[in-house]
Design a protein around this ligand. Structure first.
Ligand SMILES: *Cc1c(COP(=O)(O)O)cnc(C)c1O
Length: 425
């Protein structure tokens, strides 16, 4: 159990656990504010992977030799760690996949194959990542189904009245993000799941941005599917999780065919393995799974409540600091924040103006900040429909993790002031 309070949340000792944060970029200390894109990895994760290759490397679930048993038990320990982390009822409800994208494709394909027919509706929202749009469009094209979209208001919150009206007897699934990677909005997913269940509509939650920032309990939410990526959770790339209620996963056909997902194969008839293996064809990303287990251990040692509390402080500090920047006028801010929801995670999308009051293109801002060792993301953040909704081609996005500091936010603001000066001439 973690007994630390936010007061003894010691960011310097946390930073010491992340070797890359000690690196220099262009001769300047790295200021890494691109955590919604991918997070950095603590030493314990790097060491778990190193240890796997030095002492355990072997294929899993197949050999009865020593190394294979070691690797298999490490892999299954990670599955139990994930189960506990999101409070899934059963171990077999945790499917290892490549990431959020693959998890959503799996559900769109497998659930879609058996549950979606012509004229049926798939409900998503206007703030979805392309990963939670395109797989559903592909499904709709295959099945002649219809994609419906919950609109977003000017603050970047979902329109709940429109949501209630869009749910219908024809809706086959609701697929929404828990936290927007672009706006930072925390959606009221528990309430939305309850509403969808009134229509017997299952719900997939894209948790890519939530698991690194707040405690998630899939049973409390009553989510039917919950998906996330390891790499945003301080774990390696190429590994992610599909949580699904066993009652759904049992009914769904396999997604990939191959080794490990079968119980017997003949040319006449193949029978499938039980959960979770039915959905885990082929040799898995063993070191990724082991690294994910180590990352979850690490995050739990820091404590998700401490993380959430500290990041809210960074969000408030960062918002205020950015709004303090001045350009054409000494009284109105030179920064416009896109996404001002009442419930927000530590993600700030913004546009910054030059001395004449014109928006500086985010790509220019990003390139100039990089010269100072400051990493932010600029672009459409894989949410082009959302960019269109807010009438911008791209935004600058600073996204904080619990190893970031107010001093780094100050460096960002100084960097932006420097960018403004360059654009003033
Ligand atoms: C990053 C992200 C994804 C895609 O995750 P991958 O790791 O690239 O598969 C999907 N949804 C959201 C909200 C994200 O932030």
């Amino acid at each position: 159990m973690n007994t630390a309070t936010a007061l003894d949340f010691n960011v310097e000792s946390i930073r010491a656990e992340f070797p890359i944060l000690q690196e220099k970029v262009h001769g300047k200390p790295l200021v890494y504010l691109d955590n919604a894109n991918t997070s950095q990895k603590p030493r314990s994760v790097v060491e778990a992977i190193d240890h796997y290759y030095r002492a355990m490397n072997s294929n899993v679930h197949r050999g009865n030799h020593f190394l294979s048993q070691q690797a298999t038990s490490a892999l299954e320990a990670s599955r139990r760690a994930v189960q506990a982390f999101i409070n899934a009822e059963e171990e077999r409800e945790i499917i290892f996949v490549r990431g959020t994208t693959e998890a959503i494709n799996l559900v769109a394909s497998s659930y879609g194959d058996f549950a979606v027919n012509a004229g049926d509706e798939i409900l998503i929202s206007a703030m979805e990542h392309h990963s939670n749009i395109v797989p559903w469009q592909l499904l709709c094209a295959r099945k002649n189904a219809v994609l419906k979209v919950i609109p977003v208001n000017d603050a970047g919150e979902l329109d709940m009245e429109a949501f209630a009206n869009l749910l219908s007897e024809r809706t086959r699934i609701l697929a929404i993000t828990h936290i927007s990677n672009t706006l930072g909005t925390i959606n009221p997913v528990k309430e939305m799941i309850a509403k969808a269940h009134e229509y017997n509509v299952p719900v997939l939650i894209d948790g890519a941005q939530s698991v690194p920032h707040e405690r998630v309990d899939v049973q409390d939410l009553d989510a039917d599917f919950y998906v996330f990526s390891g790499h945003k959770l301080f774990a390696p790339t190429g590994i992610g999780v599909l949580y699904g209620k066993a009652e759904w996963l049992e009914k769904m056909p396999p997604y990939h065919g191959g080794g490990a997902m079968i119980s017997s194969v003949t040319f006449e008839k193949t029978t499938y393995n039980e959960l979770p293996f039915k959905f885990e064809a082929g040799t898995p990303h063993i070191e990724g799974i082991i690294g994910l287990g180590a990352a979850i251990d690490y995050v739990q040692r820091v404590g998700l409540d401490n993380i959430a509390e500290y990041e809210q402080e960074l969000l408030a500090y960062g918002t205020q600091a950015l709004m303090g920047l001045r350009g054409a006028s000494s009284t109105t801010p030179a920064v416009r924040i896109i996404g001002t929801a009442a419930q927000k995670a530590s993600v700030i999308s913004f546009m910054v103006q030059d001395a004449r009051g014109a928006d500086i293109h985010p790509h220019d801002v990003g390139t100039l900040l990089d010269n100072d060792g400051i990493a932010i993301r600029t672009g459409h953040h894989c949410t082009q429909p959302l960019m269109k909704r807010f009438g911008v081609p791209a935004t600058c996005r600073a996204s904080f993790a619990f190893y970031n500091t107010t001093a780094e936010i100050d460096a960002l603001v100084r960097g932006l002031a420097k960018v403004q000066k360059i654009f003033a001439v």
